[in-house]
Design a protein around this ligand. Structure first.
Ligand SMILES: Cc1ncc(COP(=O)(O)O)c(C=O)c1O
Length: 556
């Protein structure tokens, strides 16, 4: 007969088995909620990235990396020389100062190195220098040091919502208003009271904190969520950018693993299941810009090795997703954070909350809100914003920052927030989506009519270029666009940001230049692809190249 001790052992064994079953099940659910791409597997992505060898194409291979016939290669060769000559002549002063500055500005070295797939990098860098300087801005244009005028499609990383002249006015008026107090830090400039009132109205939330960048606002929102829930884990979605703080940037780009971050699939039942079951999740961080390309990073020409990814914005589907997410977060006391640093004020005066009809617990803003100066803001529910506990005085959630309520930033912000109420500014929001959708549709129709393999997808005034045919040279389009007088940010055709003051005539000028650039690309042979080529076949070919260079660096 079994002794009581044996029964106790059986009992313990059974409990251990149940506990490990529950653990394994939770682990499996978490795995299922990860996107199947590398971007959904941060640790694996870092390991794979570490294996990618550097190699570059010699002059001959540069033009025929896809096995193009001699006639196409000759056209590409001649076009490249012509474009290089145009860049040399037209951008001489701007390029010279950029080359000098690059020697000692690490940021420039980085952006320069990541404009095109690395195999083509050196030849492009030597022949098609992109200037790092502009001398002036007016209307929707920028002028470089050589006097070339470009239509501004950079949108100053999203800051430029109403046109550069608008921000110049905010800055000048803000400067005048802050002059008496000057750069005094610690005591507030009185406009802060008004800013807080407006931000509470706009966000529909109770309290506000000021920071110096969007990255810091996100850091603080997540820290508050952890403090108040007593949980560690943060959920972010595949491909979403939330600034460069380590916890929101697991995977490539961050030398350390982000151990408390779960990167999950967006618009997925599997993710909701994880949120419903786990007890360690403090917050879910949403970047509503991802609605344009859920579960993928922003397209960038540096990784445009084939036809590139698809993008399509479905407002109703994304709103439905956010609503379901809201319900689960409320049920589980998970803090729902909308990171509106990019889309705030751009898609509606009340941002993504208004646009998608979903309330968040905490919202981060930045970029355009500073009226042209750097800023980050967190708005939140009262109980989540509190940084100390009445009953435990030593238990605090610390957040400071020397420049966090700088008088000049606050007065420029005040100008921005005051302008939002103006009739002419309100008018820009009228029919906003219809206007930008119609412009995108019109351009796409013209691409289709001319059988050009280029399309655009848009979330209101935020656009991305897609390619309907696989080619190893789609990244070249950025250089044709610049030659046509369109200014792009360093990720090139991956993101075009329009300011809302683009008139029909301005837009038509951009559309014509786009078409001209795409026509020239085709005439010069860059859209040529081998019969039957697919994105998959191109990627397989590149993978074989990489393996060869990794295993036999001398022979490859
Ligand atoms: C959604 C989002 N969050 C955070 C940030 C970081 O803001 P900042 O560059 O001001 O630190 C960005 C910047 O692009 C962003 O787009």
């Amino acid at each position: 007969m079994d002794s009581p001790a044996t029964f106790a052992l059986y009992g313990l064994g059974a409990a251990a088995a149940v506990a490990s079953f529950v653990k394994v099940k939770a682990r499996l659910e978490l795995s299922r909620a990860k996107h199947r791409s590398l971007a959904g597997h941060a640790r694996l992505a870092r390991r794979v990235a570490a294996l990618v060898p550097y190699y570059e194409y010699d002059e001959a291979r540069f033009f025929c990396s896809d096995g193009a016939p001699d006639e196409v290669v000759a056209r590409r060769h001649a076009a490249f020389a012509r474009l290089a000559e145009l860049y040399r002549a037209r951008f001489a002063r701007t390029a010279a100062l950029s080359a000098e500055a690059k020697e000692s500005i690490s940021d420039l070295q980085f952006t320069e190195a990541y404009r095109v797939p690395f195999q083509y990098r050196e030849a492009v860098r030597a022949n098609l220098p992109v200037g790092a300087f502009m001398a002036s801005s007016a209307g929707v244009t920028l002028t470089d040091l050589d006097g070339n005028r470009f239509y501004d499609l950079t949108g100053s990383y999203g800051v430029n919502l109403f046109g550069n002249d608008f921000y110049k006015e905010c800055l000048e008026a803000g400067l005048a208003q802050a002059r008496d107090l000057g750069p005094v830090l610690g005591p507030y400039h009185p406009v802060i009271a008004e800013n807080v009132k407006r931000l509470r109205e706009i966000s529909g939330l109770d309290e506000v904190s000021f920071h110096m960048s969007g990255t810091e606002a996100v850091m603080q929102a997540v820290r508050l969520a952890r403090y108040h829930t007593g949980r560690r884990r943060l959920v972010r979605f595949t491909g979403a950018y939330h600034g460069w703080w380590g916890d929101v940037q697991p995977g490539v780009g961050n030398p350390l693993p982000a151990r408390d971050t779960y990167t999950l699939k967006e618009m997925s039942e599997d993710t909701l299941r994880v949120l419903r079951r786990r007890r360690d999740i403090a917050c879910v961080l949403v970047n509503p810009l991802q609605a344009l390309h859920p579960n993928a990073g922003p397209a960038a020409d540096s990784s445009l090795v084939d036809g590139g990814g698809a993008a399509r914005f479905d407002r109703a589907a994304y709103a439905d997703w956010l609503k379901r997410l809201r319900v689960v977060c409320s049920e589980r006391n998970i803090v729902l954070i909308f990171d509106e640093v990019f889309v705030g004020f751009r898609i509606a005066p009340g941002g993504a909350q208004e646009y998608f009809g979903v309330k968040a617990d905490l919202v981060t803003y930045g970029k355009t809100l500073g009226g042209g100066l750097p800023v980050g803001v967190v708005c939140g529910r009262k109980e989540l914003m509190k940084r100390f506990r009445d009953d435990r005085p030593a238990d605090v959630c610390f957040a400071r920052g020397t420049f966090n309520s700088h008088p000049y930033v606050m007065t420029a912000m005040h100008e921005f927030l005051t302008a939002l109420k103006r009739q002419d500014v309100r008018a820009l929001y009228q029919g906003l989506d219809q206007r930008w959708n119609a412009r995108a549709d019109d351009l796409n129709r013209r691409f289709a009519d001319e059988e050009l393999p280029v399309r655009v997808a848009n979330l209101s005034s935020i656009w991305t270029v897609c390619y309907t045919a696989p080619s190893r040279y789609n990244w070249m389009l950025q250089y044709y666009l610049r030659a046509e007088g369109l200014a792009l940010s360093w990720i090139g055709t991956g993101r075009l940001i329009f300011s809302l003051n683009y008139s029909e005539a301005d837009f038509e000028a951009v559309a014509e230049r786009f078409l001209a650039a795409a026509r020239a690309m085709r005439a010069d042979g860059w859209f040529w692809a081998p019969h039957g080529a697919t994105n998959k076949s191109i990627r397989r070919r590149i993978l074989r190249e990489m393996i060869a260079h990794r295993l036999f660096p001398r022979r490859a």
